[in-house]
Each structure stands twice: as structure tokens, then as C-alpha cells.
Write a new protein. Structure first.
Ligand SMILES: Cc1cc2nc3c(=O)[nH]c(=O)nc-3n(C[C@H](O)[C@H](O)[C@H](O)COP(=O)(O)OP(=O)(O)OC[C@H]3O[C@@H](n4cnc5c(N)ncnc54)[C@H](O)[C@@H]3O)c2cc1C
Length: 351
């Protein structure tokens, strides 16, 4: 088999990478090992335009957010899935100080923020003492709809191999790569945290980050918004909510922990008024990076070996934008955003 790109991984990164490479007229094959706890399968799918206690705008959000909205709508139409919906975030203030911080930010810059007329209108469902601010627009990406539907499309087109990619079988030639019976001009790794142990990219400053989530049935809760009070409670499907998450830099394994379940259950008892039932509990390791910027582009010593990775906590917003950027780069030679371009590590990668 002769193709332009061999892509490793079909999380949200490999999905958009293959989607945009195809739109640029390239041929490709995706190799993906089905894994129940990949971060793309455990993630909530929120695109939140602001972050942190000081409610600052997230990196590149003014470009990335409108691009993502359009990208999910187009992909969704092609695969018959409602891929994205607006779900603004109700940010309950945990302390009077947080309320003041929100009000200060709001008085300086109202972009992505709103103040409600009645900040106690969610009292029938939630316990909270200091009101709330609204983050808007925020979006919820339908990852459980998109990933299998896109996978089906790949399968039907003969563009997917469901197996484990074995790095030791990859042969890199000067103008191509060879993997088993596949000859490709380039190979691109969108294999999540697996790249941290890759023979080609293990020197990149990955910072694996484990997160956990519960799926909870709460029949009497509004599904109109995302509700945040430390943890986020996110409408998932009818009467089911996603509750997360944690950000662990040190961990021994990828498994869900009893500690998280207990902590989240206590949070639910303290925060949510209706009764609830815990249905599921999952954990996954985010492909995060030390400087919180993605790794995109080609290896300085092996120009046909590339990476599309390091999406950290923001795969849903960064994935579409940078996949398009990389596909345009391959077709037209246009630039890759310097903070994301893996060439910034060329000295490390050349060792
Ligand atoms: C609890 C939690 C909540 C999150 N919430 C959000 C959120 O609300 N919004 C947001 O934007 N992000 C969120 N994230 C982060 C998000 O999940 C990641 O940024 C994103 O999923 C990364 O996608 P990816 O495709 O790069 O990697 P992955 O999802 O890891 O996909 C990599 C794929 O490669 C495959 N693979 C790996 N190695 C091999 C191999 N050797 N052979 C074959 N296949 C292989 C894997 O099986 C997988 O399918 C969350 C993460 C967690 C853990």
C-alpha cells in the first residue's frame, strides 16, 4: 500500500488531522489501537474560553474558538452527528474573594463573561452561598458521538487499521517510511501520551497528567448549562452528568482511584440538592506538556517523521485549529505557530 501519510492514533487529534489532510487532497491510513480509557474517550469535551482564578483568556482562544465551532459543525454534518453545542458555564463562587475577582475582571473586560440578573436562581438545585458569574459562550463537544462515527467512516473507506503500532517495525528512508507493507511519504504520531516513550520524540518535555471523572445519574437537574464549583458537572446525555476532574502530575498507574470517587461523592452530597446515583468512574492520562503548548511538526533529523500531540487539557479546542494548520503547511508550505512548532526543540531532538 502506497499513501501520503501514515497516522498513528485516532483520538480527537488523529481525527482532525486525517480530516484536514484528506481535505487537502492527501491519502492516508490511520492505525489505532482501541483503548477504553484514552483521554479523548474520558474527556468532558468542554471548550472554556477563560481559565484560572484571575479568569484570564486561554491561549489563542480568539482564533481557536471560532475555528473550532466551524470545524465541528462541518465534521458533524459529514458524519451525521450533532458535534458541538453551546453550553455556557455557571461558575459558582466558592468564596467572597472569588466573587470579587470575577467582578474585577468583569469591570475591566467583559469578553466571555456575563453577570446574571438573579444570581440565586439555581438554588432549587445547588447549594451555594456567594452567587455566580457566567462564562459565555462556552461549548460542549460531543466526543462520544464524533469518535465512533468518524471511526466508522474510516473503516468503510478502508482507511483504518485496528492494531497496536510497533515502533521497532518502522523503517525510515530518506524520502519515505516503510511500516510492514505500507509505504508512506510521512508518518505522523497523534498517539497521545504514548509519544512520551517514542524512540523519536521521548526527549520532548511531556508532562503526563492524570485526570478522573464520574458519570452520575441526576434526574431532576437542568441540562442547560455546565455547572462549576471547583469540579464541573456537565450534561452528558438524558439525566446523566459527567463530574470531574483532577490534575495529577504524579501517579503510579492509569486506573481510577477510590480517593477520587470518595472526594467527588462528598462534593455531590454537599453541592447538588436532588438525589444522585454514580454509574461509572474512569481515569485517563492527558498528553500535557511542561510549557502547556502543543508539539506540532517534523523531527529535525527525520523530516518525514512528524508529531501532532501535546494537547494537554485543551484537545477539543486546539486539535481542529492546529490540524488544519499542519495540513495547510503540508500542502502550501504555510507556517506553524512558533509556540506550537516542534522545531523549537530541534537542539534537544538532534541529540
Ligand atoms: C478527565 C479528563 C477530562 C478532560 N476534559 C477535557 C475537556 O473538557 N476539554 C478538552 O479540550 N480536553 C479535555 N481533556 C483533555 C483531552 O482529553 C486531550 O487533550 C485530548 O483527548 C488528547 O487527544 P489526542 O487525540 O491527542 O490523544 P488521545 O486521546 O490519547 O488519543 C491517542 C490515540 O492513539 C492511540 N494509540 C496510542 N498508542 C498507540 C499505538 N502504539 N498503536 C495504535 N494506537 C495507539 C490511543 O489508543 C488513542 O486512541 C480531558 C482529559 C481528561 C483525562
Amino acid at each position: 500500500m502506497q499513501i501520503d501519510f501514515l497516522i498513528i492514533g485516532q483520538g480527537i487529534s488523529g481525527t482532525f488531522l486525517s480530516w484536514y489532510l484528506q481535505q487537502e487532497g492527501f491519502s492516508f491510513l490511520v492505525i489505532d489501537q482501541p483503548k477504553a480509557n484514552s483521554p479523548s474517550k474520558v474527556a468532558a469535551g468542554v471548550i472554556n474560553p477563560v481559565t484560572g482564578r484571575r479568569i484570564v483568556k486561554t491561549w489563542m482562544i480568539d482564533e481557536v474558538l471560532p475555528f473550532a465551532l466551524n470545524a465541528y459543525q462541518q465534521l458533524g454534518e459529514a458524519i451525521g452527528v450533532e458535534a458541538i453545542s453551546q453550553k455556557n458555564i455557571i461558575d459558582f463562587f466558592p468564596t467572597p474573594q472569588m466573587k470579587l475577582a470575577f467582578e474585577k475582571r468583569f469591570s475591566e473586560d467583559q469578553q466571555y463573561l456575563a453577570r446574571p440578573d438573579d444570581e440565586y436562581n439555581f438554588l432549587p438545585w445547588f447549594n451555594y452561598d456567594f452567587g455566580y458569574g457566567e462564562i459565555q459562550p462556552a461549548y460542549l463537544v460531543n466526543l462520544p458521538g464524533i469518535l465512533p462515527a468518524y471511526r466508522n467512516r474510516l473503516q468503510q473507506n478502508g482507511q483504518l487499521l485496528e492494531e497496536v503500532f510497533q515502533p521497532e517495525l518502522l523503517q525510515i528512508n530518506s524520502n519515505s517510511i516503510q511500516y510492514k507493507d505500507i509505504t508512506a511519504t510521512h508518518i505522523l504520531f497523534s498517539d497521545g501520551i504514548a509519544s512520551a516513550a517514542s524512540p523519536w520524540f521521548n526527549l520532548l518535555p511531556f508532562a503526563a497528567n492524570k485526570g478522573e471523572a464520574l458519570w452520575v445519574e441526576i434526574p431532576d437537574l437542568p441540562d442547560t448549562h455546565i455547572f462549576k464549583r471547583g469540579f464541573s458537572l456537565i450534561p452528558w446525555s438524558k439525566n446523566i452528568f459527567w463530574l470531574g476532574s483532577t490534575y495529577l502530575w504524579e501517579f503510579d498507574n492509569e486506573d481510577p482511584t477510590p480517593g477520587y470517587r470518595q472526594f467527588a461523592e462528598t462534593w455531590l452530597k454537599q453541592t447538588v440538592k436532588p438525589g444522585f446515583k454514580i454509574l461509572d468512574h474512569k481515569a485517563a492520562v492527558r498528553p500535557a506538556t511542561l510549557e502547556r503548548r502543543p508539539f506540532i511538526g517534523f523531527h529535525p533529523l527525520y523530516p518525514n517523521v512528524g508529531i501532532f500531540n501535546g494537547m494537554g487539557t485543551k484537545g477539543c479546542s486546539l486539535g481542529p485549529y492546529f490540524a488544519h494548520q499542519l495540513a495547510r503547511h503540508m500542502r502550501e508550505g504555510t507556517g506553524i505557530t512558533p509556540e506550537a512548532d516542534v522545531q523549537r526543540f530541534r537542539r534537544i531532538l538532534s541529540k
